[in-house]
Design a protein around this ligand. Structure first.
Ligand code: HEC
Length: 119
């Protein structure tokens, strides 16, 4: 009886763990990006104060977002603002996010801005 309970508990824990690793792209966005870029993508998240020398990108500005290819977006997310000669206030996420997460985020940003992918 004890063993069955232990088995059930470990199965439950495995299910919880499996679920946690399959994080939805919008959850990744809300967790890591919304603090600066805002939950609606307008670049006015709670982290942004008057001391911010550069405003985080407003993802709802279609004409700005269209200038970036998917590869540009992937690059700045992984390597940070400095890697693309932009503000160091945009952190690098390569140590934090998986390739899958980053691909998901590209989709989230495209969805927010409704902009077409630059070819
Ligand atoms: C600490 C605040 C902060 C966080 C957190 C943050 N960003 Fe940024 N981000 C910025 C700032 C500031 C800029 C503007 C850089 C510039 O224009 O010089 C920026 C710019 C960008 C750009 C535009 C780059 C370009 O070439 O124009 C993209 C795309 C972007 N961020 C994506 C993300 C994503 C996705 C996340 C979450 C994984 C994220 N950012 C998290 C501050 C942040």
């Amino acid at each position: 009886m004890k063993n069955t309970t232990a088995l059930l508990i470990s199965l439950l824990l495995m299910a919880v763990a499996a679920n946690a690793s399959a994080t939805q792209p919008n959850e990744v966005y809300n967790y890591y990006c919304a603090q600066c870029h805002g939950s609606d993508g307008k670049g006015n998240g709670p982290n942004v104060t008057k001391d911010f020398a550069t405003d985080p990108r407003d993802f709802t500005k279609v004409e700005d977002m269209q200038k970036l290819s998917d590869e540009d977006i992937r690059n700045v997310i992984l390597n940070g603002g400095v890697a693309v000669s932009k503000s160091s206030l945009m952190p690098a996420w390569s140590g934090t996010l998986s390739d899958e997460d980053v691909d998901g985020l590209v989709g989230v940003l495209r969805c927010i801005s409704q902009s077409k992918t630059k070819l």
